[in-house]
Design a protein around this ligand. Structure first.
Ligand SMILES: NC(=O)c1ccc[n+]([C@@H]2O[C@H](COP(=O)([O-])OP(=O)(O)OC[C@H]3O[C@@H](n4cnc5c(N)ncnc54)[C@H](OP(=O)(O)O)[C@@H]3O)[C@@H](O)[C@H]2O)c1
Length: 322
């Protein structure tokens, strides 16, 4: 059996994906959208599409796929598929892959260490040619609290624990992870936040998590911890934090510092006041990029499994939104 695959990835160079997928799925027809996330060809071509592999597809495209059978996100997150409200009622899968997971844990460790090792101050000292050692706590005196103990959160927790941080985590349903103090649901949130020095956000963007990290939540983080104030790291989705509240918290000392990889509007507009926050690390949504060399095989395997009638891996639960 073979089918037609539409690949759409807004803002990406799609060619490396197309060539790898074509090699992995001989006999399948692959058509590609443009950099705007649109498909410029006629509806008659889209009527033949069985499989959609997508990153931020337009609502227009989603509404033009009457024979769609399967959708895969090009990444771990699927909020971009639900965002348009036009997603057909078909199976949805997402990426879970050791390459992506390792990249995220690298990012989380990098940012936690930046704040632990007083990266901002040493950068400023270097600029001013100042040789001065600053006091700093040991990792074991600092508690990192990870919001979201899924694939990425659980792996990051393991890496941070090996570095020496105290690690705690919070999830929707209860978890048991070696070396991680686990909290769950709204009932566990206060206790989780109250002992957290560095808050790492790794929850998906859903109707329940949109705007979750607001001023009131940031004020519940531990004060007087070994770092001298709480730190926020968001590597999940920009919609989970309230940007104006983070800016205010960085300005008034509610937060000692922050690292944001994700933003409500991406690319972050040049006029955003976030650029001017000197206690903030900004990265352009690169915490864990999807690498075609590492991930094309998984996308092809999902299509082959579907065609053989085998169970799909990494299914998304539509009702939960992740
Ligand atoms: N910046 C980047 O480059 C980048 C790259 C990849 C992924 N991401 C983001 O990272 C997110 C996490 O990926 P993942 O693979 O770890 O996802 P996952 O395996 O689905 O894990 C999600 C975790 O969040 C928890 N959660 C969901 N809704 C919650 C709620 N309302 N309250 C409390 N906890 C909640 C889940 O709880 P349960 O365990 O109880 O279900 C689970 O522990 C993705 O959705 C994506 O947005 C970002």
């Amino acid at each position: 059996m073979s089918g037609t695959i539409l690949v759409v990835a807004r803002g990406w160079n799609i060619e490396p994906w197309v060539s790898r997928l074509a090699a992995a799925l001989p006999g399948h027809r692959i058509i590609a959208g443009d950099r705007e996330g649109e498909y410029p060809g006629p509806d008659s071509e889209l009527a033949e599409v069985d499989y959609l592999l997508a990153w931020k597809p337009s609502a227009t495209i989603l509404g033009r796929l009457p024979n769609l059978k399967l959708v895969s996100s090009f990444g771990a997150g699927v909020d971009h598929l639900f965002a348009s409200g036009a997603l057909p009622d078909v199976a949805i899968v997402r990426i879970v892959d050791p390459d992506l997971t390792a990249r995220m844990s690298e990012y989380v460790a990098w940012q936690c260490l930046h704040h632990l090792r007083r990266g901002f101050e040493y950068n400023r000292q270097q600029t001013a040619r100042i040789w001065d050692d600053l006091p700093q706590p040991a990792a074991r005196e600092v508690t990192v609290g990870i919001m979201g103990l899924g694939v990425l959160g659980a792996d990051a927790a393991g890496v941070l624990g090996r570095i020496g941080f105290e690690v705690r985590g919070w999830s929707r349903t209860p978890k048991a992870l070696d070396g991680v103090k686990c909290f769950a649901d709204a009932d566990g949130l206060d206790a989780f936040l109250g002992g957290t020095d560095i808050l790492v956000v790794l929850v998906p963007l859903t109707k329940d998590t949109r705007g979750l990290v607001d001023r009131a939540l940031l004020q519940r983080l531990r004060r007087g911890g070994a770092l001298g104030g709480p730190v926020l790291i968001n590597a999940a989705r920009g919609g989970v934090h309230v940007e104006a509240d983070v800016i205010a918290a960085l300005a008034d000392g509610t937060l000692l510092g922050a690292s944001l990889d994700v933003f409500a509007k991406e690319p972050l507009p040049p006029e955003s006041p976030l650029w001017g926050c000197d206690n903030l690390v900004i990265t352009p949504h690169v915490a864990a990029v999807s690498d075609p060399a590492a991930l094309s095989g998984q996308l092809a395997a999902q299509i082959r499994a579907f065609e053989r009638g085998e169970p799909l891996r990494n299914r998304v639960d539509r009702s939960r939104g992740y």
